[in-house]
Design a protein around this ligand. Structure first.
Ligand SMILES: NC(=O)C1=CN([C@@H]2O[C@H](COP(=O)(O)OP(=O)(O)OC[C@H]3O[C@@H](n4cnc5c(N)ncnc54)[C@H](O)[C@@H]3O)[C@@H](O)[C@H]2O)[C@H](O)CC1
Ligand SMILES: [K+]
Length: 482
């Protein structure tokens, strides 16, 4: 089962893996033709109703595979209005293949005749709102016809995620009532509820497009261009004590990963140094040179005004800091990224917080988790441990494993040069900023992907001389969709 949004991401990941969308369209069209052959023998009359999007494009391809049939391709709209290059190229290819085509500008010109099969390729997952004309009339005619109606991907006017009409239940707008649906790659959540036989066609999307993060995962980042300061996330980094570099790196990474405001709560002994690292940070010094339980109230107060807390960078592993972490988490109900020395406390604390834990394999074992050398086995172990602790895990390694206890995603961006100290602090900060906008699983997966990409870019310049401070300023480029 794959929701529409995830399907778009997987599709883009497939393209990055060398299987471009036009190739997928070829496989989709081939699958549609196969379905037509299953319902009618050679010579049968087939009317293909095609929209201007890629759903229509699938049917242009299908028509080429149906040379043994009496095929008519009807394009609803003008050829100039075909929306994508790949659909247009397949439209143009019909002429050379001598497939009869017609264009239907308005509903008055629509007449279906008496075909044996109608292929509904008007609208797929790109539909918005109720069917407009001429699709609306075409849907009504298809529903009234005696032909077997084969829908491409999803019946036109049906929401693939819910199975509901796109115009809403109360709207009188018709949707296509298909007899059969050929959907691509995986079952769609809304199709089960329909009174139609659903075939899932494998269109050659490599399993790696789903298993690993890729540029498609960045589609989740679509930002509202109208947003104001603060709307894209406020992050509080809680760390420092024995180390000053770690909280600074996390904070800088959070800013570069898109947070609008980043505050750092740290012992006053290191506050000046953290502030010196970047004038863009708001630094709150706490009494003393280490975190202690007496800081919990103040930090909780600060945390309440932020979307996400990044807890742990540079904290150190003394008993006072450990107790601080336990007490803070016990009373915190928001979202937090937990890293480094704060990780050990997580399995023992009863908290209502929503946590994203970012251990490397050693820290995972320190938390009570297990690891394995076989990647599949390791992924399974991470998933069950995430389920056990009730939080999202991002286990760092040559291949990172992300799981919320249910879904699992692997990330293979990143360079061996990133084993240098501090890159984990950058990752925690980036995930913190992302978690202000995305759910924990996606924030962790996208964070791992972009942090690794920033590392790859830095390594291409510096090789094993890469240092963690090379990374934060490379995040914006790494977050750009290719
Ligand atoms: N995901 C994949 O891997 C593949 C999907 N394929 C097929 O592509 C469609 C989705 O294509 P897309 O171009 O995004 O959208 P549509 O074809 O559904 O058309 C959108 C287009 O239609 C117009 N429109 C939108 N709403 C309405 C409306 N209510 N009434 C009339 N017209 C409307 C508008 O112009 C939109 O831009 C997917 O379903 C698959 O069939 C690939 O071919 C293979 C890979
Ligand atoms: K359709």
């Amino acid at each position: 089962m794959i929701p529409t949004e995830r399907m778009a991401a997987v599709d883009a990941n497939a393209a990055a893996l060398g299987v471009p969308r036009k190739q997928l369209m070829e496989s989709s069209g081939n699958a549609v033709a196969r379905e037509v052959r299953a319902v009618a023998g050679p010579g049968a009359e087939v009317a293909l109703l095609c929209g201007r999007g890629n759903n229509g494009g699938d049917a242009f391809v299908a028509a080429r595979f149906l040379s043994a049939y009496d095929v008519t391709v009807s394009l609803l709209g003008r050829p100039e209005s075909i929306r994508s290059d790949i659909a247009r190229e397949n439209w143009d290819a019909l002429g050379a293949a001598e497939v009869p085509t017609e264009t239907v500008a308005d509903s008055a010109a629509l007449s279906l005749g008496e075909p044996d099969v109608i292929v509904d390729a008007m609208l797929g997952t790109g539909v918005t709102g109720a069917l407009r004309e001429p699709e609306r009339t075409a849907a009504r005619l298809a529903n009234e016809s005696d032909a077997t109606v084969v829908a491409v991907d999803v019946p036109s006017g049906v929401d693939a995620d819910t199975g509901e009409p796109t115009g809403g239940e109360t709207d009188a707008a018709p949707r296509v009532e298909a007899d059969r649906v050929v959907t691509f790659h995986d079952e769609k959540p809304g199709l089960g509820a329909l009174d139609a036989a659903v075939t899932v066609a494998d269109i050659g999307i490599p399993p790696a497009a789903e298993r690993y993060t890729g540029p498609g995962d960045l589609l989740a980042l679509g930002r509202d261009p109208e947003s104001h300061k603060g709307e894209n996330g406020e992050v509080l980094v809680v760390g420092g004590g024995p180390y000053t570099g770690a909280p600074s790196l996390s904070a800088r990474a959070a800013l570069r990963a898109g947070a609008d405001l980043v505050r750092v709560a740290c012992p006053e002994t290191v506050a000046r140094e953290v502030q010196g690292y970047s004038a863009d940070l708001i630094v709150r010094g706490l009494p003393g040179d280490r975190f202690v339980p007496a800081h919990v109230d103040r930090v909780s107060e600060l945390a309440a005004g932020n979307d996400v807390v990044v807890l742990g960078p540079g904290l150190g592993d003394d008993e006072g800091a450990r107790e601080f972490v336990r007490e803070f988490l016990a009373g915190y109900e928001g979202r937090a990224v937990v890293d480094a020395d704060a990780l050990r406390a997580v399995p023992d604390v009863d908290t209502d917080a929503e946590l994203i834990c970012t251990p490397h394999r050693g820290e995972l074992v320190g938390m009570g988790g297990e690891t394995a050398s076989d990647p599949d086995e390791r992924a399974g172990l991470v998933r069950s441990f995430a389920d056990e602790i009730g939080h999202t895990l991002l286990v760092k390694g040559a291949v990172d494993v992300v799981s919320d206890g249910d879904a699992v995603r692997l990330n293979r961006t990143g360079d061996p040069g990133m084993t240098v100290g501090g890159t984990g602090d950058v990752l925690a900060g980036a995930v913190g900023a992302l978690a202000a906008a995305l759910d924990p699983f996606r924030a962790a997966a996208v964070g791992a992907y972009v942090n690794g990409r920033a590392g790859d870019a830095a390594a291409s310049e510096s090789g094993n001389g890469l240092v963690a401070t090379d990374l934060p300023d490379r995040l914006p480029e790494a977050m750009r969709d290719e």
